[in-house]
Design a protein around this ligand. Sequence first.
Ligand code: AHG
Ligand code: MN
Ligand code: MN
Length: 332
Amino acid sequence: MNITTLGQFIIEKQNDFPYAKGELSRLLRDIGIAAKMISREVNKAGLTHILGDHGSVNVQGEDVKKLDIIGNETFIWALSRGGEVCMMASEENDEVIPLEGEFSKNGNYVICIDPLDGSSNIDVNVSIGTIFSIYRRISPAGTNPTLADALQAGNQLVAAGYVVYGTSTMLVFSTGKGVNAFTLDPSIGEFCLSQSMVQTPKSGSIYSINEGNAAEFPEGIKQYLSWAKEKNSEEKRPLTARYIGSMVADFHRNLLKGGVFIYPPTAKSPNGKLRLMFEGIPMAYICEQAGGKATNGKGQSILDIEPETLHQRVPVIMGSLNMVEKVEAFLG
Ligand code: AHG
Ligand code: MN
Ligand code: MN
């Protein structure tokens, strides 16, 4: 049998990890545990009619919570125990959350999460995800962490990744030495290495964008979309439109098949909709680690943006290198 579990992989690869190897290993293991717990909840989400709707009390007398909240609480629980993480920031919370585990103050790491990405797809049985990113704290260990510990540019990341709850549950992450993907084998309850050193194709045929907003897109994006739809068999056009509405799922498909994911600015949201800290940076990191490109459409790599606030938004163009550069060429 040729299986490598997440636990085995982390131990085998920990010499590649920056800083104290054991700490980051334990932290990644704890993220794996949180991911398995959220996966379990996601898989029974369709049973809410039987178990009780959000906000109600179920037959066991427990409050039924939204999956976003369950995901958030699961991460706080899983990361408070180990003592590696001093603070968490989440799409679900306005402010940073200092962790209150016995050893948390001494933790050297800060985690940013989008516990449930693609919330609008939960009730319709469509793929959703979790996104995480890991920074080394700036303030000294043992002191109270501050907002500045979380507000770091993507080029400071120690690791980042996502979990996609799809036809199977997959954990995809990078510690800065390429991207590895693990598939949850429910029969043994373990994430098993399914693709090592994932490289995204340099070109592809998929473009992913919510074209319903097209009237509000910048001119360059409108022109790109017209170009994408033109017939040109030599250049393999028209391209193929695919858009799920869960960034993790759209990104994951494009990563494997080759494509470009775009969430541009609109008149209503001049910085787009996606959040820099919780969606833009971690996905850009995976994208670049897999040989792709991720920019804000204004000539700046998403990983080089200095964050100013926790919930700031960012326009996003990410995916296969040649496809991102094509979009950029239309933007001028
Ligand atoms: P979340 O569920 O965490 O709020 O994120 C939803 C995001 C992202 O996953 C997706 O790509 C995008 O919103 C879809 O937005 P539109 O419905 O505007 O296309
Ligand atoms: Mn999201
Ligand atoms: Mn979310």
